[in-house]
Write a protein that binds this ligand. Structure first.
Ligand SMILES: [Zn+2]
Length: 70
């Protein structure tokens, strides 16, 4: 069993608020609304999802397959 980490600490680049979020295993999350300042976060260029750009761990696709959903 390859146990991927499904919890990520997502840090907002605008207000530095960090929220613990559970990552979906079947899809990449492209948009994320900050719980604090309500900014809509998008992945940085080259990243597949907001967790890869702003999370404390890479998304499950990257953890298990070493690459993005594509
Ligand atoms: Zn924020």
């Amino acid at each position: 069993m390859n146990a991927a980490v499904l919890e990520s600490l997502l840090s907002c680049p605008h207000c530095a608020f960090a929220a613990r979020e559970t990552m979906p295993t079947d899809a990449c999350q492209y948009f994320y609304e900050c719980r604090s300042c309500k900014a809509l976060l998008r992945p940085k260029p080259g990243d597949c999802c907001v967790f890869c750009s702003f999370g404390s761990v890479k998304c499950p696709s990257v953890q298990e397959r070493g690459g993005c959903c594509a």
